[in-house]
Design a protein around this ligand. Structure first.
Ligand code: PLP
Length: 220
């Protein structure tokens, strides 16, 4: 399947209400252009340097999502250039994004990354820390950042029961946050599901899937 065919297939088969992020990390601008020509506008990158190199090579109406770990000292470089930072994994990073967005006179949309996988190598907030943050109303102090929802990655295992359980947990957490913070506006994005597990993610409440390999092939 070509990149364009893959994009069209996802567009035809993903349920309404599920947004496709085409994860283009490690793939060249030409591959992104192929997906763009097939109608795709949202792309995910995991490294600041690579993102900044690609932006000027590609059409201006692309909505870039940052999906990789972001160092606080690199925040300034990408403020104003992303449609969504999906990988906010600490309060320190959240504060840095807010301060830099305020300074730049822009509002940055973010997701909080929650750790649901068993492997402790995965980054993100513990579910309990997410609940604490909203219970204490920490989000009310943000001046130039909009928390749009959560992002999660399941364990890398063939055990579909485990993966489905982890996704379901993220979905429940989303609901708990809404119950806890009824004044929170636009908290409706649950980004979960990659090439190998996106169907399970959608069955368990995902509204945004991040798919790389199944569109672009293996990364170099
Ligand atoms: C690389 C990456 C993906 C895409 O994974 P594939 O298995 O290639 O679909 C999705 N989400 C994050 C956070 C990633 O780093």
């Amino acid at each position: 399947m070509t990149v364009g065919e893959a994009i069209r297939t996802y567009r035809d088969t993903l349920p309404e209400g599920v947004t496709l992020v085409a994860v283009s990390k490690f793939h060249p601008a030409e591959a992104i252009r192929e997906a763009y020509d097939a109608g795709q506008r949202i792309f995910g990158e995991s490294r600041v340097q690579e993102l900044l190199q690609k932006i000027p090579q590609l059409p201006g109406d692309i909505r870039w999502h940052m999906i990789g770990h972001l160092q606080t000292n690199k925040v300034r470089q990408i403020i104003g250039r992303t449609a969504l930072i999906e990988s906010v994994d600490s309060l320190r990073l959240l504060d840095a994004i807010d301060a830099e967005s305020l300074r730049a006179g822009t509002v940055t949309r973010v997701l909080l990354e929650v750790r649901i996988a068993r492997e402790d190598t995965k980054t993100g907030f513990a579910p309990r820390d997410i609940l604490d943050y909203f219970a204490h109303g920490g989000y009310r102090n943000l001046q130039a950042t909009h928390i749009c929802g959560l992002m999660a990655m399941a364990s890398n295992t063939d055990d579909t029961g485990t993966v489905a359980g982890e996704f379901a947990r993220a979905h429940r957490l989303m609901q708990q946050v809404r119950d806890m913070a009824p004044d929170l506006r636009g908290f409706d994005t649950l980004s979960m599901g990659m090439s190998d597990d996106y169907l399970l993610a959608i069955q368990n409440g995902s509204t945004m899937v991040r798919i790389g390999t199944a569109i672009f092939g293996n990364r170099l």
